[in-house]
Design a protein around this ligand. Structure first.
Ligand SMILES: Cc1ncc(COP(=O)(O)O)c(C=O)c1O
Length: 403
C-alpha cells in the first residue's frame, strides 16, 4: 500500500517540530515557511494547544450535532470576541472546503439566486463546487461545471496593464461587474482579501467596492478567509483592512492550529433568510466539542501571545528583507504581501527556474513553495517565527538566486 499519487511528495520523513522548525528522520532541520498547509500558525509543539487537546481527549471528541457542550460555547465566545457584533451566528466544521460550500449554500438559499462571482486565479477548495470555481478546476474536463460563474479579473497588479488607473474606488479589474445586467446578478461575491494562490494583494478600497457591488445586486459578500483569517495578514481578518463587515465569513486553517477545524459565521438576518430554505444542515463532525475547544484555545493563544501584532511586525521584516534582495536581483519582478502572507514573483524570463530554486531551498532546509500560475514564491510562516529564522531564510534565498 502507498498513498495515492495525487500530490508530489518530497522524499523527507518528518518526525517532530518545535516553533517554526521541523525535524526529519536523519536529524536534519527545516524552517517551515509554510506553516504546514498554512495551518500551524502557533508553530509546532505549542504547549497550550497540546495540553488542551490532551485534556479534551479525556473528555468528549464528538457528540452528535443535536447536543450542546460547554466547549462549543467557549469556541463561540472566543469567536465573538474577535468579530463585530453583526456576525453572531456560527457553525463549526472541519475544513476550509466544507466551510466554503456551506457559505455558498447559505448565499443561494438566502437570495434565491444561482450565480456566484469569483476572482480568477483563486483557489476555494477541493470539493466539486469549490474546485470548479477555482482556477485549477476551471479547465478540468472531468468536473461537472458549476453554473452561472462570473469570473472577475484577478487583482494581479504586477501584470495588469491598467493598474495605474486604480484608486478612489475605481478598479478596472472589476469592470465586468459594472456592466452586469440584472438577470445575471449573482447570489454571492466570493471575496478573498488577499488571494493565496499568488499572494495577490488587491489595493485598499477593492473589498469595499465589492461590498457596494454586492449590495446593489442584492447579493451577499462572502469573505473567504481560509488563509487570510486569524491574524495571517496582520489583522484578525483580512476584511478589516477594508473597514467593511462581510455578510458571511469563512474561517479555516489557522483556527485549528494544525487540527481540522473551520467555521462559517454570518448575521442573524442572513440566518433568518437562509435556514428556512436550507432546512437541516448536518455533518458528522459539525459543532463537536473538540472543534469548540481547539478554536477557543487557538484564538486565546493568538490573543494572549500578541500573535496578530507579531504577524504584522515579522511580515514587515520579511517583506523589507525581500525588497532589499529585489534591489540586487532583477529576476524578482515584485515582492508583495500583508502580515505573514508574503510572495516574491519572478519575471517571465526567470519563471522557468522557479521550481528548481524552490527545490534547492528545501534541500537547504527551508520549506516554501513556488506557485506556477503566478511565478511566485509563497511564504506563510508560523506567527511565532523569529527574526533570526527570517534572516536565515533570506540569506538562503539570496544564495539560491545567485546560483
Ligand atoms: C483560500 C482557500 N480556500 C479554501 C481552501 C480549502 O481549504 P481546505 O484545504 O482546508 O479544505 C484553501 C486551501 O488551501 C484555500 O487556500
Amino acid at each position: 500500500m502507498r498513498l495515492w499519487n495525487t500530490n508530489p511528495v518530497h522524499g523527507i520523513r518528518l518526525t517532530g517540530g518545535k516553533g517554526s522548525t521541523l525535524y526529519d528522520e536523519q536529524g536534519r532541520t527545516y524552517i517551515d515557511m509554510l506553516s504546514g498547509t498554512w495551518c500551524n500558525v502557533l508553530g509546532y509543539g505549542h504547549l497550550r494547544l497540546r495540553r488542551a487537546v490532551e485534556e479534551q481527549a479525556r473528555g468528549l471528541f464528538q457528540t452528535g450535532a443535536a447536543f450542546g457542550t460547554r466547549q462549543i460555547e467557549e469556541g463561540l465566545g472566543e469567536l465573538a470576541s474577535i468579530l463585530p457584533p453583526e456576525l453572531e451566528r456560527a457553525v463549526f466544521l472541519n475544513s476550509g472546503s466544507e466551510a466554503v460550500e456551506l457559505a455558498l449554500k447559505m448565499a443561494h438559499a438566502a437570495t434565491g439566486k444561482a450565480g456566484v462571482a469569483v476572482a480568477e486565479k483563486g483557489y476555494y477548495g477541493g470539493t466539486v463546487y469549490a474546485l470548479s470555481l477555482s482556477e485549477v478546476g476551471r479547465s478540468a474536463s472531468y468536473l461537472p461545471k458549476a453554473g452561472n460563474v462570473l469570473r472577475v479579473m484577478a487583482p494581479h497588479c504586477a501584470r495588469c496593464p491598467r493598474s495605474t488607473e486604480c484608486g478612489e474606488g475605481e478598479f478596472p479589474c472589476l469592470n465586468v461587474l459594472e456592466e452586469l445586467p440584472p438577470q445575471d446578478w449573482p447570489a454571492a461575491i466570493l471575496y478573498e482579501p488577499l488571494l493565496g494562490g499568488g499572494i495577490l494583494v488587491p489595493p485598499i478600497g477593492y473589498g469595499a467596492r465589492l461590498k457596494e457591488f454586492a449590495r446593489s445586486f442584492g447579493a451577499l459578500l462572502i469573505s473567504e478567509e481560509v488563509t487570510t483569517g486569524m491574524g495571517r495578514t496582520g489583522k484578525w481578518f483580512g476584511y478589516q483592512h477594508e473597514n467593511i463587515v462581510p455578510d458571511i465569513l469563512v474561517v479555516g486553517k489557522a483556527i485549528g492550529g494544525g487540527l481540522p477545524v473551520s467555521a462559517v459565521v454570518t448575521t442573524k438576518e442572513v440566518e433568518e433568510r437562509a435556514v428556512p430554505v436550507l432546512g437541516r444542515h448536518v455533518q458528522s463532525h459539525q459543532n463537536t466539542p473538540f472543534s469548540g475547544r481547539v478554536a477557543a484555545e487557538v484564538i486565546g493563544a493568538i490573543r494572549d501571545e500578541g500573535l496578530v501584532e507579531r504577524s504584522e511586525e515579522m511580515g514587515e521584516y520579511l517583506l523589507s528583507g525581500l525588497r532589499d534582495i529585489q534591489d540586487r536581483f532583477p529576476c524578482i519582478l515584485e515582492v508583495r504581501g500583508r502580515g505573514l502572507m508574503v510572495g516574491a514573483e519572478l519575471t517571465p524570463e526567470d519563471a522557468p527556474r522557479g521550481a528548481g530554486m524552490s527545490k534547492r531551498l528545501v534541500e537547504k532546509g527551508f520549506l516554501q513553495d513556488f506557485h506556477q500560475l503566478t511565478s511566485t514564491f509563497r511564504l506563510y510562516p508560523p506567527f511565532v517565527i523569529t527574526k533570526d529564522e527570517i534572516e536565515n531564510f533570506l540569506e538562503a534565498f539570496e544564495n539560491v538566486l545567485a546560483e
